[in-house]
Design a protein around this ligand. Structure first.
Ligand SMILES: NC(=O)c1ccc[n+]([C@@H]2O[C@H](COP(=O)([O-])OP(=O)(O)OC[C@H]3O[C@@H](n4cnc5c(N)ncnc54)[C@H](O)[C@@H]3O)[C@@H](O)[C@H]2O)c1
Length: 249
């Protein structure tokens, strides 16, 4: 159990990759605090995961600093120091570059980048007092290479990668590590709700050397590793989990 005795926050954890990360961290012995904007699903997920370990959930919008501060300070006061933060909450909506409107652009940047910034800053202030902590951001292969129809999303994921590297430098004196996981194509509701048809999904699989999409548990394993003391000398890096997709042209 590589996270025994650790306390973790996972954002956007009502479903998908965030839920799988929460499950994995509970299996590894961590106490896990979930948060999401989808309150009904969050309660359902917290109840489901409670059979594995100590877990609770609260409705928090990652873009709202007051909500984030109340959530994080509340955990510290009630339960104790935070060891791990996973910035997972994110949105992706396919839209051709020429028709992305300002509202869509701003919403994507607000949730994917500003939300991660606010949560990281609030949690890191507590971690700095403890002189320890590990922050893992869900970036994407889309933060490393372009993909048509996702200029706003790609810009947001590239921003996360360089925010994380800068955090790694500035937070190292406090023994806080900051790393990214860059998933490739992982089949969650995000892909279908984002506007990919079943045919587009099938065509996408041809780009992946391992010949299949990734599973949420495969991303969770990478996040759990980077969050753990097994990665104690790893900071400012990105771990790509994509079945080999970006190895080739
Ligand atoms: N699925 C993929 O193929 C893939 C690939 C690369 C990266 N990612 C990244 O992994 C993360 C999780 O993706 P997923 O596929 O599980 O998505 P998902 O849509 O299934 O889950 C995202 C969760 O974030 C929550 N959320 C959205 N806005 C929020 C806000 N303002 N505050 C709090 N919670 C909010 C949603 O309610 C949802 O529960 C995202 O950051 C995504 O960009 C996913």
């Amino acid at each position: 159990m590589k996270l025994k005795g650790k306390r973790a926050i996972v954002t956007g954890s009502a479903r998908g990759i965030g839920k799988a990360i929460a499950r994995k961290m509970l299996q590894e012995g961590a106490q896990v605090h979930l948060c999401d904007v989808n309150g009904a699903l969050l309660q359902q997920t917290a109840a489901e995961l409670a059979s594995i370990g100590t877990v609770d959930g609260q409705v928090v919008d990652v873009t709202q600093r007051e909500q984030v501060e109340a959530f994080v300070h509340g955990i510290v006061q009630r339960s104790g120091p935070i060891d791990i933060l996973v910035n997972n909450a994110g949105v992706a909506v396919f839209q051709p570059f020429l028709s992305i409107d300002d509202r869509q652009w701003q919403r994507t940047l607000d949730i994917n980048v500003t939300g991660g910034f606010i949560f990281s800053q609030v949690a890191a202030k507590h971690m700095a007092e403890q002189q320890k902590g590990s922050i893992v951001h869900l970036a994407s292969t889309n933060g490393l290479l372009g993909e048509a129809g996702l200029a706003h999303y790609n810009a947001s994921k590239a921003a996360i990668i360089l925010m994380s590297k800068t955090m790694a430098i500035e937070l190292a004196p406090y023994q806080i590590r900051s790393n990214c996981v860059c998933p490739g194509f992982i089949r969650t509701e995000l892909a279908s709700e984002g506007g990919m048809s079943d045919q587009e999904i099938a065509a996408y699989l041809e780009k992946i050397p391992l010949g299949r999409w990734g599973k949420v548990d495969e991303v969770a394993n990478a996040v759990s590793f980077l969050a753990s003391d097994e990665a104690s000398f790893i900071t400012g890096t990105e771990l790509v989990v994509d079945g080999g997709q970006i190895c080739q042209e």
